[in-house]
Design a protein around this ligand. Structure first.
Ligand code: TTP
Length: 218
């Protein structure tokens, strides 16, 4: 149990997301979701909120009824938007090179959507509306120019392959980041400060319900 008064379950395989929750001292469990990341929407913030909700819902519904009590499931999704294109993780090294050629020397946006899902009422039955909050954060990132050779060397390092936009601002690509406007951690994969503020609100709801339960026993 963490200091928020509930179990946090991170529905993500991303090591960065685990590291960011560790960084703020959060206790949590990891249960990666394998949901398909295909999306109809072409609006980046809608896309990341919907995909984060799919991941969170997938894990929430896989939990046993007992495990759901007092648990909050968090899902997240990050995309890079540049020149009206939405970039997820590159499918191969060629695509990674194409993405980096698009991003170098320009400003792009990084959107991370987060969804938190929990069981709203102790007596809630299957299918009843769950407690849910979804939000996104946007960070503008401006990159210095990168030569063909620099792009090839960076792709050969392997770092781009599991990252949206084929780069890791927290890694070697820091050498090419000229300026950012917004939350740095949002680029890495979780807007950790906004997430913590949203998680605190949920613990307030739980405390309030505790008061009501206490009142009803009088
Ligand atoms: C832009 C950027 C992305 N990333 C990473 C964060 C995410 O792990 C990944 C975005 O892909 P996502 O599909 O959001 O996440 P994921 O597939 O890694 O994990 P899961 O779906 O299980 O939650 O890109 C960085 O590490 N640094 C960066 O600078």
């Amino acid at each position: 149990m963490n200091k928020l008064g509930y179990k946090l379950i991170l529905a993500s395989a991303s090591p960065r997301r685990r590291e960011l929750l560790d960084q703020i001292g959060m206790e949590f469990e990891v249960m990666p979701s394998g949901v398909e990341e295909k999306m109809e929407s072409t609006v980046p913030y809608e896309m990341v909120m919907e995909l984060s909700a799919r991941k969170a819902r997938d894990i929430f519904h896989r939990l046993s009824p007992e495990k759901r009590n007092g648990a909050v499931v968090a899902g997240a999704d990050t995309v890079v938007a540049v020149e009206n294109k939405i970039l997820g993780k590159p499918k191969d090294e060629k695509e990674a090179q194409e993405m980096l050629s698009l991003l170098q020397g320009r400003t792009h946006q990084v959107y991370t959507g987060v969804t938190l899902i929990w069981k709203e009422h102790a007596q809630q039955t299957e299918g009843e509306e769950m407690g849910k909050t979804s939000f996104y954060e946007r960070t503008d990132v401006t990159m210095y120019p990168m030569s063909e050779e620099e792009i090839c060397a960076y792709v050969e390092s392997g770092e781009p392959m599991d990252k949206a936009g084929a780069y890791g601002i927290q890694g070697k690509c820091a050498a090419y980041v000229k300026e950012i406007n917004g939350d740095f951690y949002n680029v890495v994969g979780l807007p950790i400060a906004r997430l913590y503020q949203e998680m605190k609100k949920i613990s307030l709801v739980h405390e309030h319900r505790g008061d009501m339960n206490a009142a009803s026993q009088e």
